[in-house]
Design a protein around this ligand. Structure first.
Ligand SMILES: Cc1cc2nc3c(=O)[nH]c(=O)nc-3n(C[C@H](O)[C@H](O)[C@H](O)COP(=O)(O)OP(=O)(O)OC[C@H]3O[C@@H](n4cnc5c(N)ncnc54)[C@H](O)[C@@H]3O)c2cc1C
Length: 391
């Protein structure tokens, strides 16, 4: 059994790491160490375009769509290197949307959007969740009614990250209210600058911005429906497997852990080095063990994808383990570091520059985003273990 990367994969990884270091500037690094932290700055767009210029975006896409036809492992390795460096992820356009368009989009949609995604030219917002449709996404109500050779959209979305700067909205709407709820949903692509779209800010506990979005008589042509009408829920489910993987790259965890480990190695409390404290040593060792499980989980998802096997259950396991290990790590750090750990970033005496105080406020989000962990557990129980639906 060989768990190591091939020489070609290692070479790609090393080249990518060097390229990222060369182009990464301070303003582009994710402060909160969180892949879901989507911000828009000229620097960030510039960084994405630099990745695009060197052909790093969409390397797993088929050559006919501008990719390099490499196994999806290479997208994974790039995502890992981006995460290790604290750089923004490219997963939303290249992964979630690009992969769905390649599999289900019309030739017209592919021709219009795939080249722009590969050139790093456009930003996307994803509009699935609504006030009464989060975990139970199939209950979404945003209505699309037939109007000429297109559809008229009316309703509300909630938690649309990036809506305040995105160029395009990847949105699920109800096209057939009479059909069973999973079978009456269609995916559309809508320009965010449509005058019928209003975006309202919602702030998270960590300061990150997400949005409420209101659509008032927004007309969208048939051309911008993705795949078949009323099959949108299937496409969204497929894309969510991808999201549960790409939004939680393993390499973000060692980035946090290494910082803590360095603190343990170099700090004394009451004249005694922390590294000599048996309770601290046990905590650090257990976290290191759990990190290895996280690494294996993430490789399992990509391995299933490479071999054309369903990735839903491994992706759910990856997401639950990753997000809860993140919480265990941050909680352990705050407990060991003590009250000083609550000093904010920028405070003169904050241990580890107040990094873990920021992470504490961020750590609730991964357990909710891309489908709450309770729902992931239901997926594991039902699809992985064959248990019946909960009553
Ligand atoms: C920062 C952030 C960014 C986000 N970005 C986006 C985005 O860009 N686009 C988008 O479409 N969505 C986005 N979301 C929405 C996210 O996907 C939803 O928050 C998530 O799916 C949960 O939905 P909800 O918030 O409505 O909670 P609810 O569905 O109301 O759930 C509330 C609680 O009840 C639990 N629960 C619900 N149903 C069950 C059940 N059947 N069994 C057991 N427990 C259950 C949940 O696990 C959760 O703990 C974002 C959310 C956050 C916090």
């Amino acid at each position: 059994m060989d768990f190591d990367w091939s020489p070609e994969e290692k070479a790609f990884r090393e080249e990518a790491a060097a390229y990222i270091q060369e182009h990464l500037t301070e303003g582009v690094v994710n402060e909160g160490c969180d892949a879901t932290r989507y911000v828009d700055t000229p620097e960030r767009r510039g960084f994405m375009r630099a990745l695009a210029d060197c052909g790093y975006l969409g390397v797993s896409w088929p050559e006919e769509y501008g990719g390099k036809g490499l196994p999806i492992t290479y997208d994974y390795l790039l995502a890992e290197e981006l995460a290790a460096a604290g750089a923004p992820q490219s997963g939303k356009g290249v992964g979630i949307i690009g992969q769905t368009l390649i599999r289900h989009g019309s030739d017209e949609l592919k021709a219009e959007f795939l080249p722009k995604i590969l050139r790093g030219e456009i930003e996307w917002a994803i509009g699935y969740s609504e006030p009464d449709a989060g975990s139970d996404l199939a209950s979404l109500k945003l209505r699309a009614t037939r109007d000429g050779e297109g559809w008229r959209l009316n309703g509300q979305k909630r938690f649309t990250t990036s809506a305040h700067f995105a160029d395009w909205y990847w949105l699920a709407a109800r096209t057939d209210p009479e059909a069973p709820k999973h079978r009456g949903i269609t995916l559309f692509i809508v320009p965010m600058n449509d005058p019928g779209i209003t975006v309202q800010e919602m702030r998270c506990i960590d300061g990150e911005r997400t949005n409420e979005v209101f659509l008032d008589d927004v007309w969208v042509s048939d051309r911008y429906a993705v795949g078949e009408v009323n099959k949108g829920f299937n496409y969204v489910s497929e894309a969510l497997d991808y999201e549960r993987h790409t939004l939680f790259p393993y390499s973000m965890l060692p980035r946090m852990f290494e910082m803590f480990l360095e603190f343990v190695k170099t700090t004394q409390r009451d004249g005694v080095p922390l590294r000599d404290d048996p309770a601290v040593r046990r905590t650090v060792a257990e976290l290191a063990r759990d990190m290895e499980v996280a690494r294996m989980n993430s490789i399992r998802v990509v391995d299933n994808m490479v071999h054309g096997l369903p990735a839903t259950v491994p992706a759910a396991m990856n997401k639950v383990w990753w997000s809860e290990l993140y919480q265990r790590l941050v909680n352990a750090v705050l407990e060991i570091v003590g009250p000083g750990a609550w000093l904010r970033r920028g405070s003169a005496h904050a241990p580890m520059e107040g990094f873990f105080q920021q992470l504490y406020r961020t750590m609730v989000i991964p357990a909710i985003g891309a489908g709450a962990n309770e729902i992931q557990r239901t997926i594991i129980a039902r699809r992985g273990l064959g248990l019946p639906n909960p009553i």
